[in-house]
Design a protein around this ligand. Structure first.
Ligand code: DGL
Length: 259
């Protein structure tokens, strides 16, 4: 048993989609969430900058006696994971590797992957899918405007739909069977994406798979919390952002304390 908190971080709002699933799966754990609103978006930045931002966050989390770090960001997970694993003895779990089981359970399919420029350029998803499902065809598309739209509180605005139609056209024309949301921000666009996509295309994201993967990890290490009461969530951001506060509270049905 281990009652230390779990650290979760992302460039902004996206990691909250993972945090919400973590809280659902592990309700008695304590969480500290960092949204790097001073530097969002990570998706177009250099590896060096993403490493420096992540290192600062990890050093900060390390001062809070955490037992595990969740890199709730596909961009971090696909570009600098091995580098950040070297700077801390605390285990770091990413949000892409847990999808391995999902890909291996699928028949040969046409798979669409959307993500930030950095995630798509890294080919991390392509390698993972090929490892578990070598005959699948993969169609990737970078969607760099999605994160700024979400961080500006415009997920339900027509601008989100216009960009969605633009980005998804090519994937739909390639007759994909399912679409992987390779960015933790994108589940916030799910209602809009589902309106655009033909009904036969399933939408997949890694939040709930990652939460169950972490539960298994903690169980295997005998590190689950022994609390019987619901755990605490602390949310911190690196720059003041009213949009973040508003969107985060909405996303957690106004059940969050101060950010
Ligand atoms: N939510 C992140 C991801 O999963 C970061 C996106 C960004 O900051 O560009 O990639």
């Amino acid at each position: 048993m281990n009652n230390r908190p779990i650290g979760v971080f992302d460039s902004g709002l996206g990691g909250l989609t993972v945090l919400k699933e973590l809280q659902k799966t592990l309700p008695n754990e304590n969480f500290i969430y960092i949204g790097d609103t001073a530097h969002v978006p990570y998706g177009n930045k250099s590896k060096g900058s993403i490493y420096n931002f992540s290192k600062k966050i990890i050093n900060y989390l390390n001062t809070h006696n955490i037992k595990l770090i969740v890199a709730a960001c596909n961009t971090v997970s696909s570009t600098i994971l091995s580098d950040i694993k070297r700077i801390t003895p605390i285990p770091i779990i990413d949000v892409i590797t847990p999808l391995g089981d999902f890909f291996s359970s699928q028949k040969i399919k046409k798979i669409g992957v959307i993500g930030t420029r950095n995630t798509i350029k890294s080919n991390f998803y392509n390698r993972l899918i090929k490892k578990y499902n070598s005959k699948s065809e993969i169609f990737s598309k970078a969607c760099p405007m999605f994160v700024p739209i979400i961080e500006s509180g415009l997920s339900n605005h027509k601008i989100a739909r216009i960009m969605g139609e633009e980005y998804l056209e090519e994937l739909i024309n390639n007759n994909i069977d399912f679409l992987v949301l390779g960015c933790t921000h994108y589940p916030l666009l799910k209602p809009m994406l589902k309106q655009i996509l033909p009904k036969n295309i399933a939408v997949v994201d890694s939040a709930s798979v990652t939460a169950h993967y972490i539960q298994k990890h903690l169980l295997a290490k005998d590190s689950l919390s022994s609390n019987n009461a619901p755990g605490k969530i602390e949310i911190k951001i690196t720059d003041n952002s009213t949009e973040f506060n508003k969107e985060a509270k909405l996303f957690f049905d106004n059940k969050l304390n101060d950010i």
